[in-house]
Design a protein around this ligand. Sequence first.
Ligand SMILES: *Cc1c(COP(=O)(O)O)cnc(C)c1O
Length: 393
Amino acid sequence: MTQGRPLLNRRLAGFGTTIFAAMSALAVRTGAINLGQGFPDTDGPEEVREAAVRALRAGHGNQYPPGPGVPELRAAIAEHQQRFYDLAFDPGTEVLVTAGATEAIAASMLALLEPGDEVIALEPYYDSYAACIAMAGATRVPVTLHPEPSTGTYRLDLAELRAAVTPRTRLLLLNTPHNPTGTVLTREELTAIAELACERDLLVVTDEVYEHLVFEGEHLPIAAFPGMRERTVTIGSAGKTFSFTGWKVGWVTANGPLVSAVRTAKQYLTYVSAGPFQYAVAEALRLPDSYFDGFRADLQRKRDLLADGLRAAGFEVYRPQGTYFITTDITPFGEKDAYAFCRALPERCGVVAIPNSVFYDDPDISRSQVRFTFCKKDDVLHEATGRLSRLTS
Ligand SMILES: *Cc1c(COP(=O)(O)O)cnc(C)c1O
């Protein structure tokens, strides 16, 4: 306190250390297997790593790169959107490179929102959404995805989404494939969301960092739906797609005026970042289909391995259609408090997981759910599920 007032401002009060940092620290301290934070324990393709080394040695990007990103990467991002989704973006005016998807989200919120605006976000939501909406002085309005016992998945109730829109709603913040539930929004759902956005004249910011990790269904960017090209900010990232989460290379694709608005905020956050890595990611985005197919198949196999292991250990398991997370329920163990369960889990059996309640405004909605990641080596997943099977013995 100084002058009798807390140091942390009111907008950020309540946003302590992120649960991921806290749980990863707990994993290090106890030597537990960390299935909490979603980062791969194997680096991405060797040729992409070598491309970064080459760029660094050649002096490409060692000094401030251009504000919107190096031209090679912007061209590769535009090509990627064309190749996978038949979406055309002008690399000169409609592509912006950011310090990971995290900065793209922050810059979008800071650029596009006025204090008092409402932002509808799918709940459970990625933790930075709430903080970024708060930093922009706006209000988040959660629309909760519901577990659906018949399919073992989480689904959006379109009527609830529709009912959440008010005259103050400025934008919809989407995330598909969705972390932490693994939900992939369907063509029907996206059509309805797009119609709603057009009808109510809303902006859409869509976090698609798991676009290449869809196991069932297909990834459909909402920017491709009628009327959406001019009102959608699409966010991607190299971190998840190429297993280089430490490089922090992300991007925005949108029409010129939206990119220009987001860039205005972005230039005063980091200005630029990751110079040599930008050249390497440009090469990564041009990898043949076999890379993207192999990556997805590998993670799908890991999903099945962890899902089977968790089920055998006694968890109720929801089936993710995408991402690299699995949501489980601990009620079969006679437990109700996932937060306490996760706090005790490292000591109890040497595994770290995340209580889903941290992804909700009202933690009571998800008292008994726990999230595990499967972007780890097979033997790590085997060892973890082996340890977890001790819960019932
Ligand atoms: C990991 C993740 C991000 C952050 O991406 P970076 O490129 O590492 O900043 C954003 N959104 C979701 C849903 C994520 O899971």
